[in-house]
Write a protein that binds this ligand. Structure first.
Ligand code: ZNH
Length: 145
């Protein structure tokens, strides 16, 4: 269950984010800081170093896909688990992504959003944002067994 403050905060953050910019920055950070996450993107070409990752158009495109995926959760705050049922199956059965990685990407996203928001990223805003990401991560983990 969400408080009014949490709902407003989550919607307002996503309403202001540039999905291209934040998607790319968060995914890059994840691929650079946790290099083992690169193994899932073998078809993305050159991920040789941080500069190559940042310049890779497939990384940029995928960063935006992830942000658009999060946008769906924002629009379905009361049914994130249902909204992500198929996406969870996809990551588990087809992509075989280790679910520990969801939290790593979520943490990268938090850092990027905090940097973009500056002083507006107050402790209360951070708590609401992290709670949202925790629900996203647990929903994505749901179809793993
Ligand atoms: Zn993921 C895909 C979301 C995380 C890996 N993804 C994807 C998609 C989406 C997503 C929406 C698309 C699908 C279709 O197509 O149908 N993710 C997401 C989210 C998250 C994620 C929301 C969280 C936050 N992922 C992740 C991680 C990883 C991944 C962490 C690793 C590391 N994904 C992936 C892959 C793919 C995906 C590999 C496929 C790609 C291509 O294109 O190929």
């Amino acid at each position: 269950a969400w408080t009014d403050f949490e709902r407003e905060t989550i919607k307002s953050i996503f309403g202001k984010l540039d999905y291209d910019d934040v998607g790319l920055a968060a995914l890059c950070r994840c691929l650079v800081v946790y290099p083992w996450t690169q193994r899932y993107f073998g078809n993305f070409g050159n991920l040789y170093n941080a500069d190559a990752i940042r310049a890779n158009p497939m990384v940029a495109a995928h960063g935006k896909v992830v942000l658009n995926g999060l946008d769906k959760a924002v629009k379905n705050l009361d049914n994130i688990k249902g909204t992500y049922a198929e996406l969870s199956v996809l990551h588990s059965e087809k992509l075989r992504v280790d679910p520990d990685n969801f939290r790593l990407l979520a943490d990268c996203l938090t850092i990027v959003v905090a940097a973009r928001m500056g002083a507006d990223f107050t402790a209360e805003v951070q708590a609401a944002f992290q709670k949202f990401l925790a629900v996203v991560v647990s929903s994505l983990c749901r179809q793993y067994h």
